[in-house]
Design a protein around this ligand. Structure first.
Ligand code: TYD
Ligand code: MG
Length: 458
């Protein structure tokens, strides 16, 4: 491969410079220039040159004249993975899959590659982290003894690309993007410059040859994929593994997907023989208390297309001079806001109390429809009184103390009823026209109404 000339690109504004500078001449940010051979949009003369490789040039046409055909997808055989991918692997598609170490990225991909290989696609699994023998050992453990997946233990990008060129596989996994490096750059493997450069080369290769590429990325302690989000906009699909490495269940969430819906989740259980899809996950995030306990409220959340029941736990306890507010699986700023709303609009004061909130099972909840359940769990813990048996809640809470509707309320209620829940406090606008069999519904419009109601129920 000809040695491209390296230059320096700003990770903030994309401006380029022939030599390294501490301060970006384009946006004046400090320490943002990284080494690169890849052209990116910036002040350089060739600012669009790199893009030509990404999309073959075509005539301009009106939308209605363009023959739109659905992209061809190959299912991986892992139904839960196919669900988040939007149906399967897409030719020339680039998927980035991120997550904590040990959460199951390599396991899932090996299983998926084997599935693709069995369906007749040529696959190549490039491992930079483990030796080929270690990958083979894992395959045995997964019961894939006769797997025809081709394995390459290599960290030099140029060699990986040469192998891809020779074998012409339909799918390539790069496990992980942080271990691969290009000899055209002087930066160390794993540095932002290397990660970005290698990902860009692999993406170009995918678009130019129609090979599907899966990049495995490590998540830093701060929760971002190393290479500060630079990869997320380069690829077509971004998937994140969530969940507690100590628990059985793992979630794979689509954060971005050019070929499917975002926020769709796939649920897996880690077993002795690898990851198994959980096709009916609605009740896995409930802890089984024989009797209701204070500080616990079950939320019906809608993750992707499926409603799930998640137990929200709160512990409110006497704190020191500066009480703590901690949340696991929920947004901490949102918690602070809810505490303020509770105080102002429902006269529930936690000013001198430590407040801890947890979503059971390591699941992360981002939808605001969790607000009401969080509030009810907090007030239940504060009073030391459990919520009624078989109780669920959902609904967004606003700063004025109003309870706003959650999307697809009926579906949530039906799922809860199916799992044996009998009492619900819900936003008034989510009140279904027909009653839900086996459920007593309490519509509320305001936070104080909801608090008063659960006090009278318990
Ligand atoms: P791995 O796929 O290596 O994680 P990652 O690539 O994200 O770092 O997963 C490793 C963990 O999964 C490890 O702690 C062992 C566990 N595991 C099982 O429980 N069962 C299995 O069949 C396999 C292969 C791994
Ligand atoms: Mg791994």
């Amino acid at each position: 491969m000809a040695k491209d000339k390296t230059h320096y690109v700003c990770t903030e504004c994309g401006d380029t410079s022939p030599k390294w500078l501490g301060k970006c001449p384009g946006c004046n940010a400090w320490n943002t220039l990284i080494e690169s051979t890849v052209e990116s949009g910036g002040a350089s003369k060739n600012r669009y040159a790199g893009m030509a490789a990404l999309a073959p040039s075509a005539e301009v046409a009106t939308l209605s004249d363009i023959q739109a055909h659905d992209v061809a997808r190959t299912p991986t055989g892992q139904e839960e993975l196919d669900r988040v991918l939007g149906g399967g692997m897409v030719d020339g598609g680039v998927v980035l899959i991120g997550g904590d170490p040990g959460i199951g990225k390599s396991t899932l991909l090996l299983q998926a590659m084997d599935g693709l290989q069995r369906s007749g696609m040529a696959t190549l699994y490039v491992t930079g982290e483990e030796s080929a023998a270690q990958v083979a050992l894992r395959a045995r453990r997964l019961g894939l003894d006769h797997s025809q997946v081709q394995v390459l233990a290599e960290t030099l990008l140029e060699k990986v690309l040469a192998t891809v060129d020779k074998l012409k596989p339909a799918v390539v996994v790069m496990d992980s993007i942080q271990t691969v490096y290009s000899e055209q750059l002087t930066s160390a493997p794993g540095s932002v410059a290397q990660v970005r450069e290698c990902a860009a080369h692999l993406t170009r290769m995918a678009k130019a040859t129609g090979t599907a590429v899966v990049l495995v990325g490590h998540v830093t302690k701060e929760g971002a994929l190393a290479g500060p989000r630079v990869l997320e906009h380069m690829v077509d699909t971004v998937l994140y593994f969530e969940g507690d490495t100590h628990s059985t269940y793992r979630l794979v969430r689509a954060i971005k997907n050019r070929f499917g819906a975002v926020n769709e989740i796939g649920v897996f259980a880690m077993t002795e023989k690898g990851l198994k899809g959980v096709s009916n996950p609605s009740a896995i995030f409930l802890s089984q208390h024989p009797e209701p306990v204070p500080g616990s409220c079950v939320l019906v959340t809608l993750e992707g297309t499926r409603p799930m029941l998640v137990e929200i736990q709160a512990l409110v306890d006497t704190g020191g001079p500066s009480p703590r507010r901690l949340s696991v699986g929920l947004d901490r700023d949102r918690l602070a806001m809810l505490l303020a709303v509770l105080h102002r609009h429902a006269a529930v004061a936690c000013m001198d109390q430590d407040v801890f909130v947890n979503a059971v099972g390591g699941v992360r909840i981002s939808e605001p429809a969790a607000d009401l359940a969080v509030m009810l769990a907090i007030q239940s813990s504060l009073r030391g009184k459990p919520l009624p048996q078989g109780f669920i809640a959902f609904g967004e809470v606003g700063l004025a103390g109003e309870v706003r509707p959650a999307p697809r309320g009926q579906e949530r209620l039906r799922e809860a009823a199916k799992l044996g829940f009998t009492v619900a406090v819900i936003p008034k606008s989510n009140m279904p026209k027909k009653p839900i069999e086996g459920m007593t519904l309490h519509p509320v419009e305001r936070v104080d109404e909801a608090i008063g109601l659960v006090r009278s129920l318990a």
